[in-house]
Design a protein around this ligand. Sequence first.
Ligand SMILES: *Cc1c(COP(=O)(O)O)cnc(C)c1O
Length: 373
Amino acid sequence: MDTPYLLVDISIAVAQYHRIAAAFPGTPVYYAVKANPEPTLLIELVRAGCHFDVASRNEIGLALAAGADPVTLSFGNTIKKAEDIAYAYAQGVRLFAFDSLGELEKLAVHAPGSAVVCRVLASSKGARWPLSRKFGCAPEMALDLIRWAAANGLDPAGVCFHVGSQQLDPGRWEPSIADAAALFARLAADGINLRLLNCGGGFPVDYQTEVASIDKYAKAIDAAVASHFPARPALMIEPGRYIAAPAGVLHTEVVLVSRKSYADEPRWVYLDVGRFGGLAETEDEAIQYRLSTPHDGAPTAPVVLAGPTCDSVDILYQNAGYELPLALRPGDLVRIHGTGAYTATYASVGFNGFPPLRTVLDRADRADRRAAG
Ligand SMILES: *Cc1c(COP(=O)(O)O)cnc(C)c1O
């Protein structure tokens, strides 16, 4: 098969769903559709009982087309067009996130009576793919916004936050849970009884190095909730990467192996996929994927790994210490593991004439689908 392509094994994503659902008993799992919106994946997650975090009109459409009940959707993006809020509401979506007065004003008009959840700023220290201050508001502001929601025909349900993606520190949720508990307590004094705590995503997967088990994260979150809340709120989580990443293997081919001088310096290895072909998360070498080649086990030497386009930022790794076999030649297949999340949809539409990354379902999945009609 022509490379590059992303081979996705949906059964692995479904197993990841069951693993995280088991680690958080009684907590609904909202899959963050943006991680990988592959239609067959969404169908299988609906069957498994998963809920969905959606960020746009099209993601709502995809989840509904996969058979999701609109009441299992959370419109978690805090930046929504009024007409997209109206669309979501007309489709039956009744759970929305906000972090500003401007967004609440839109929700009050276009999603009256809906449950709304205030996103509070959170630290993403410890995350390999941190989130900036783009989302969330300070707790002091959250207090006023939630009061405004209650006074303007919305149903203030609770608080949400996100501690950054590929978060390696299981303790990173605790400060945000403490902030949320303080908000619950102060609002209860006003007669506003929040009930929902959305702990977001961020749960990490193994790339080159092994991360703590999902149970460690679940235990840390459970302990933080127990210590800060006098009465346990309803919880929800929104994993994206944790469910989708392990399900994908990007298949790519070596285009060129070269050197820049006669001095002993790293070889440059150019693949037929790069930053613009789906590997956007290699920016700043943040996500360091595990690679395998047909020469694994043979002697290796340091390399700079780059993509095929004519943009000089199209370099995957030059400081992370990657080594590849000396026997590597053009035409050799390189597998990039753990690439099921944040790849296919990040690919450019055709920079330099390279088409977007194709997704190919694992043969077993395709056979199942045929059998199911
Ligand atoms: C992207 C996103 C997620 C998923 O984050 P992961 O780090 O992939 O688990 C969850 N919630 C919201 C609101 C998001 O935007």
